[in-house]
Structure formats: structure tokens, C-alpha cells
Design a binder for this molecule. Structure first.
Ligand code: WT7
Length: 679
């Protein structure tokens, strides 16, 4: 079953941009052999205030022994990404086209926004930012729910050349504080509170704690602008005549509790009231920074991945167009939160660069019922749907009857992102959601890559369930063995790239050395993804998962070191080791081994304190599934923890392999004996 090949259906291929593998190979070859022609053809559709110079089209160095690593695309050209996404599309006649259908957490709460209206809001908010002293190059932090205002903030930043730094609104106050300090943000934009499903989150209160903590670390956020989201919702439901039973009814009670500091805070609607609705775009260099977005690093400190204007525009736009085969009348929906890279590239920049109409969804797949995704696809007649394997697996569990209640026949392309999709989930997605009529795009990429790098194209690529298939245009993947030797033909190894594409990250904000060490030191001359991959006899690439110390829980990447340092910060803990364990829904989950200080007893209380501290320091998505008492850890004589053994203990597999290099072999049996009953 696994090795079956699924050809794209004729109705998908017929009108696709790329209709056959012959066409794909031709375009791919051009993108590799003649990148200047390939990308300048694409660049032509956009506005460049200072034209592109073919002599300085691209340059790079991936080899640390030859000097600093750098990547540059379109050096010398100037543009404005917001102008290209809004003004350019309005000039093309799309002013009254819907940019976003917004669907609230509550199904009765929805709205829409046209390109023209979006530009007006963006210009107004750009002027608000200017009034707060924000200038080109300044960083603006965003900690917001999935509301249309987040689109406005992002584009307002890019209109004036400010750098946005979005922190997913599921991160804790501590995590937000670290990011505010690292990026030295002048302004923070948030909302009062938001419902996700039945859960109410007090975002402004979290921001207050984070701003206090940032201040303790020597960085003061000067202004905080707050969208009145919950109170709007409350007023909306009060104005409705029928009795509303939704969870949002008690909004008013919470509104009054929004903590406030008059010297620093202001309401969005007050700021916007008299703001000027026109704002001339600031022309910036193609290599000026557009945004930074944090991703977990091997040490506790998060890395601010920096993307720049010109290359990112080309790459987000092109991948969106080809990978989803987006056509002008289509309705596209990506369920990702804007706080992750998927939201940046495929909720905001890619779709808007193509003049697309998208659905933006605030809620969860489970509220008010587990059929919410399918109800929304049906409501808006969605043509391209893009979500994560963890969501698919979670929804599969509830049975086939939920999607079967709805007409999903508008769908043409189904996307998957964030982690390997197991063949069972792939087939359910293909059959139950796609009715065997859609192409599935299993898109492999990273925060660092800016856009899809390995992915099928819906009109041409024969699909194999679980394989991300072939490289996107301009991307040249290779597999290397431990010694850096190229693996030719079939085989498995480290997935690396030997040259840059326009959307690759340029640096780690404020720490170029770390950029070089993290991605370019393992194999000189290559960008190293940190993932393993296998190439099969047909040349298909299969991502096998992280081969570094990273874990992927429900598509959220985190490092074992990050969680370990959080555990060992507890005064009663000497040592901790965290490994991943397969999980039926989350993909992977955290299994923690904890050694308490001498004389300290390992209790349930300690375990729950540790859980709480992980939640507070990182965020709820990092909550460990198991915290196990470990009187000692399996270490080599040189003191290295043998994680491979811990992974076996986590799954209760006695086949631990060779333990002869351990300093103390008896610890393995002790740890098996100490597995908690609920583990
Ligand atoms: C890591 C990057 C890319 C946006 C969301 C995650 C894993 C991502 C796939 C896929 C197998 C995948 C990799 C990668 N990953 N997509 N289609 N198949 N693995 O961004 O947080 O930067 O995580 O997610 O391990 O390195 P991110």
C-alpha cells in the first residue's frame, strides 16, 4: 500500500501551471542552470523602484573556510513588499476583490476584507506606527490572535520598512520577554483577550508580565497598542436578538480586567480614529530585513531567523502559485497561525502577492464541533486547503462521518506541512477529504528556508503517500553521509542544500556567527537542514525526521536542550534528559528523565511543578507527556548521555542494543523498573 503511486487526476492537471513531469523537469533545469533568467522572468510582474541589475542578481558563499557565509539576491534593486501586495494588485483591478474571509472562533462571528479596504487600514496603521517613532529598520513585536488586524500590522511594518517580529500567541510571558529583549523591539502590538475554542487567553496580561520581565533585563518597550477584540465580540453578541449560548457570552466581565498602563498603552481603535488613510511606501533595498521569526536553538536561547525583502517576495509568491496551483478565482485556506512561518509565507505574503482570496480562521478544529474544518471548507467553497498532519490525525480519530456530512467537492489541492505525514493519515486525507480527486502537496520546508523546498506540484507529480517527492525550482538537495560524502542514487543521509534559493534566511538576528555555526559548520559548502532523508529507486525524497537534538511536537519544533535547561533550573533537580517518543496524534511527545538532588524525594508534586515550569517558560505546547524519576542516567565513561537508550526506555522496548560502553550498565534496568504506571 505504501509504495502505491497516485497520479494527479486529469481535472487537476488539465488547467495546472505545470501539467507533466516533462514540463516540471524543463522548468527545474532552467531554474538550476540559468537562475538569472528564471527568477528575472518572475520578478517582472512585481514593481522595482530601482530596477534589478542582472550583474548583481545573486551571490553567495556557503563555505566558512572561504570567508563569511552570506547570501544576496537582487542587490541594488529597491522595492516595497506592501506596495507589491496591495497597491500593485489594486492597480491591476483587484481593489474590490476579497483578500480575506475572516472566520471567528464562534461560527456566528465572521467578516471580510477587500484589497482596497486592507490598504486603507494598513496606511492608517503605518501612520500610527510612525507617530510612535517607528522608523525604517526598527523592530515591532506582535503578539496577536488570528484577527485581521494582524495582517494590517504586518503590512504596515513592511510599508515603512520596519521589521516585524511575531511571537506566536501561545508562547509564555517568559518566552515573549526573551524575544522582546533579543530583538530590542520599540513597540508591541497585542489584543485584550481571545477565545481559542472554549479557552479564554488574556493576551494583554501576558504582555504586561513579559514587558515587566524585559524591563528587568534592561529593555523597555515604549508603546503597547491593544486591539479591543473581546469587547467587540461581546458587543456583537449583545446586539443580536436571539439568545446566544456560545462560550463568548461572558466577554464583558473579562474586558474590564484588561490591565493597563496609561503611559505606555493605547487602544487600537483610538489610535486609528484620526489616522491618515494614505501613506507613501518607503522604498527599501532588496536585501534590507523584512522580518525576524524565532525558532528554537540548541541552547536555550532562541534564534531570530532573519528574512529580507526581495528574495522572500519572489520565493513566497512563486511557491504559493505553483505548489497550490492557485488560479485567480480560487479560494484558498491555510489553517496555520500567523505566528509561525507557515502563516507568514502562506497566510500573508504568498497569497497576497498573487492577489489571492483566502480564508483566515481564528478558532480550532474542534470548536464548536469536530467538524469545524469541513464546515468552513463547505461554507467558503475552498479550493486549496493547507493544514498539518497532527490536525489530520486528531480529526481522523473522530470518524469518517464528520467530513462525510459536507460537500467538499470544491477542493482541488490538499497541503500538508510541519512534520512527516504518515501514510495512514495521508490516505485518510486523500480519500475522506479529497474524495480521491485532489492532489496532496506534502510540503517540506523550515522557518529558515522561507518557503517550500521539497514538494510535489499538484498538476504533475505522481504522489507516494509519505514522500515530499522532489525539489522546488531553484533548490538543489543532496544527501550526505557522516563523512560528508555524497550519496548517489538510493540511500539515506543528511539532507543538505548546495546553493541558496531566493527565500533562504540571511542571518540569525544579531549573531551571524551562530548562523554560520548552526547551518554551515557540519558540512562546509552546504546548508544543513538538520533533517535526515532517504532517496528511493525512483528518486523520491522521504524526510525521515530530525537528526539533531530537535523534537517536533504537533509540528512545533523545540530542542531537547531547551526543555532540559528549563527542568534543571528547578532548585530540586540535578540533572535531566529529554527524549522524544512517538505519539499517535502529536507525532512526537516529550519524555523526561529527572534526577533530583541528593536527599530530595521525587514526588508527584515535583513532577507537576516541573510540568508547570515548562509551560511557563516555553508554552503549553511544550508540556511533557511523561516525567520519570531517574536515580541516574545512562552515560558513557566520558559522561555523554546515551539518548538512544533513553528512547528505548521511553517506549518500553527492552531491545536496547549494546550497553557495554556505559559507565554503569545497571542503571538501564533501574530505569525500566522506574517507568511510571501511566507512561
Ligand atoms: C522542521 C521545520 C515549515 C513550516 C512549519 C515548520 C519538519 C516540516 C515537513 C514535511 C517532514 C517536515 C522538519 C523541519 N518538517 N515540514 N513536510 N515532512 N518533516 O517549521 O518550525 O521551522 O520546523 O519541521 O523536521 O526541519 P519549523
Amino acid at each position: 500500500m505504501k509504495d502505491d503511486v497516485y497520479e494527479p487526476k486529469p481535472h487537476v492537471s488539465e488547467n495546472a501551471y505545470v501539467r507533466s513531469m516533462i514540463e516540471y523537469r524543463k522548468l527545474y533545469r532552467k531554474s538550476i542552470e540559468n537562475p538569472v533568467d528564471f527568477w528575472s522572468d518572475i520578478a517582472k510582474q512585481f514593481h522595482w523602484e530601482t530596477p534589478i541589475d542582472r550583474q548583481k542578481f545573486w551571490s553567495y558563499n556557503f563555505d566558512t573556510s572561504k570567508g563569511p557565509v552570506y547570501v544576496k539576491w537582487l542587490e541594488g534593486a529597491t522595492t516595497n513588499i506592501c506596495y507589491n501586495l496591495l497597491d500593485r494588485n489594486i492597480r491591476l483591478g483587484l481593489g474590490d476583490k476579497i483578500a480575506f474571509y475572516w472566520e471567528g472562533n464562534d461560527p456566528e462571528d465572521y467578516s471580510r476584507l477587500t484589497y482596497k479596504k486592507l490598504r486603507e487600514e494598513v496606511c492608517k496603521f503605518a501612520n500610527v506606527l510612525k507617530s510612535k517613532g517607528v522608523e525604517k529598520g526598527d523592530r515591532v513585536a506582535i503578539y496577536m490572535p488570528m484577527v485581521l488586524e494582524i495582517v494590517v500590522v504586518i503590512l504596515a511594518c513592511s510599508r515603512i520598512g520596519a521589521v516585524h517580529s511575531i511571537v506566536f500567541a501561545g508562547f509564555s510571558a517568559d518566552a515573549l520577554a526573551d524575544r522582546l529583549v533579543d530583538s530590542q523591539c520599540k513597540v508591541l502590538i497585542t489584543a485584550d483577550s481571545v477565545y481559542r475554542g472554549e479557552k479564554l487567553l488574556h493576551l494583554k496580561a501576558i504582555c504586561d508580565t513579559a514587558m515587566d520581565k524585559a524591563k528587568e533585563q534592561g529593555h523597555e518597550v515604549k508603546h503597547c497598542i491593544v486591539v479591543r477584540h473581546l469587547q467587540r465580540l461581546n458587543a456583537f453578541f449583545e446586539s443580536k436578538t436571539q439568545n446566544h449560548n456560545g462560550c463568548n457570552g461572558d466577554a464583558k466581565n473579562h474586558y474590564d480586567e484588561t490591565p493597563w498602563n496609561d503611559d505606555r498603552d493605547s487602544w487600537w481603535h483610538d489610535e486609528m480614529e484620526d489616522a491618515d488613510p494614505s501613506c507613501y511606501p518607503v522604498w527599501v533595498s532588496a536585501e534590507d530585513p523584512l522580518f525576524m521569526l524565532y525558532t528554537s536553538g540548541s541552547t536555550g536561547k532562541p534564534k531570530g531567523v532573519l528574512h529580507t525583502v526581495g528574495g522572500y517576495l519572489l520565493y513566497a509568491a512563486t511557491t504559493f502559485k505553483y505548489v497550490f496551483d492557485y488560479k485567480p478565482d480560487d479560494v484558498y485556506w491555510c489553517t496555520a497561525d500567523v505566528g509561525w512561518i507557515t502563516g507568514h509565507s502562506y497566510v500573508i505574503y504568498g497569497p497576497l502577492a498573487n492577489g489571492a482570496t483566502s480564508v483566515m480562521f481564528e478558532g480550532t478544529p474542534f470548536y464548536p464541533n469536530v467538524d469545524r474544518f469541513w464546515a468552513i471548507i463547505n461554507k467558503y467553497k475552498v479550493n486549496q486547503f493547507y493544514t498539518a498532519p497532527t490536525a489530520i490525525r486528531a480529526l481522523m480519530k473522530y470518524g469518517d462521518e464528520h467530513p462525510q456530512k459536507y460537500d467538499l467537492s470544491s477542493l482541488r489541492v490538499l497541503g500538508s506541512v510541519g512534520e512527516p505525514i504518515n501514510p495512514e493519515a495521508w490516505l485518510w486525507y486523500y480519500k475522506l477529504i479529497g474524495n480521491e480527486q485532489c492532489s496532496i502537496a506534502d510540503t517540506f520546508w523550515q522557518t529558515e528556508t522561507g518557503g517550500h523546498v521539497i514538494t510535489p506540484l499538484p498538476g504533475c507529480t505522481p504522489m507516494k503517500p509519505g514522500s515530499a517527492t522532489f525539489p522546488f525550482f531553484g533548490v538543489q538537495p543532496e544527501l550526505l553521509d557522516e563523512n560528508g560524502e555524497k550519496i548517489i542514487g538510493e540511500g539515506e543521509g543528511y539532507l543538505v542544500f548546495n546553493r541558496p534559493w531566493p527565500g533562504i534566511m540571511r542571518t540569525v538576528y544579531g549573531d551571524h556567527k551562530r548562523f554560520e555555526e548552526t547551518y554551515f559548520s557540519r558540512f562546509p559548502g552546504y546548508y544543513c537542514t538538520g533533517d535526515g532523508a532517504r532517496r528511493d529507486a525512483d528518486g523520491y525524497l522521504w524526510i525521515t525526521g530530525r537528526i539533531d537534538d530537535k523534537l517536533n511536537v504537533s509540528g512545533h519544533l523545540m530542542s531537547t536542550a531547551e526543555v532540559e535547561s528549563c527542568l534543571t533550573e528547578h532548585p530540586s533537580v540535578t540533572e535531566a534528559a529529554v527524549v522524544s517518543r512517538p505519539h499517535p496524534v502529536k507525532g512526537e511527545c516529550l519524555y523526561c528523565f529527572v534526577t533530583p538532588n541528593d536527599g530530595i524525594e521525587f514526588t508527584n508534586k515535583l513532577a507537576s511543578e516541573l510540568s508547570k515550569s515548562v509551560r511557563e517558560k516555553i508554552g503549553p505546547f511544550a508540556m511533557p507527556d511523561v516525567i520519570q524519576y531517574a536515580p541516574g542516567l545512562p552515560k558513557t565513561r566520558s559522561g555523554k548521555i546515551m539518548r538512544r537508550i533513553l528512547r528505548k526506555i521511553a517506549i518500553n522496548d527492552r531491545n536496547v542494543g549494546d550497553t557495554s560502553t556505559l559507565a554503569d550498565e545497571s542503571i538501564v534496568e533501574i530505569l525500566f523498573k522506574n517507568r511510571p504506571e501511566n507512561a
